[in-house]
Design a protein around this ligand. Sequence first.
Ligand code: ATP
Ligand code: MG
Length: 229
Amino acid sequence: MGAGVIELENVSYGYGGGELLSDVSVQLQPGSFHFLTGPSGAGKTTLLKLCYGALLASSGRISAFGQDIARLDRDQMALLRRRIGVVHQDCRFLDHMTLAENVALPLMVSGRTDESRRADLAELLTWVGLGSRMDALPPELSGGERQRAALARAVILSPDVVLADEPTGNVDWEMSQRLMQLLIELNRMGKTVVIATHDLSLIRAAKSHVQARVLRISQRRLHLAGADL
Ligand SMILES: Nc1ncnc2c1ncn2[C@@H]1O[C@H](COP(=O)(O)OP(=O)(O)OP(=O)(O)O)[C@@H](O)[C@H]1O
Ligand SMILES: [Mg+2]
């Protein structure tokens, strides 16, 4: 086994109607930055779910932090989920709770509600530019505000890895650049980042700010894309 934080070895996956991903092998090195691209329905979200253990491979092996994730017990899986922050494509919130409460939810669940954590929460919301929207309810937020809240929630437990699934879906170019800036900052802080997106212009724009590798899913396989995006 290599030194990747997440490693896939000859992984295949299908939901039942034939294989969606075949023989996928990739290593995500600590501190690396990857884009994951491919057409709608290619399997980007599926591949991310395999990486954080929401789905188990039909064949092959997936390891995270040196452990085979198919062999983790419940507690180990819970620990893994804390080390991997996920920005979900649909970024759902609990509508009756404030933005701050929604972002703090992973803290509550892990029983970490002390004062220093609350200070972290305020700092984090300020960092994503939502310091003045802490008491807003999710239905009152714009698309860009929701995306930033989803990013804050994904990193509140200080994960080592951030998997962001279309983090700039439904926002304008300026907001997408702002979100990218936040993700690049997280990477500079040492986090391993993977961003699934079908937006090639986003990838092109980011490449002048960060050393990123581009993985592309096509015809069930994962390819390392060249510089010709
Ligand atoms: N739970 C499921 N059960 C059955 N099929 C599924 C399930 N989830 C996804 N699929 C199918 O698997 C394929 C890949 O889906 P996935 O969401 O991984 O694609 P994607 O690349 O993320 O697409 P998009 O760019 O639209 O987000 C699609 O054809 C989808 O319909
Ligand atoms: Mg998707």
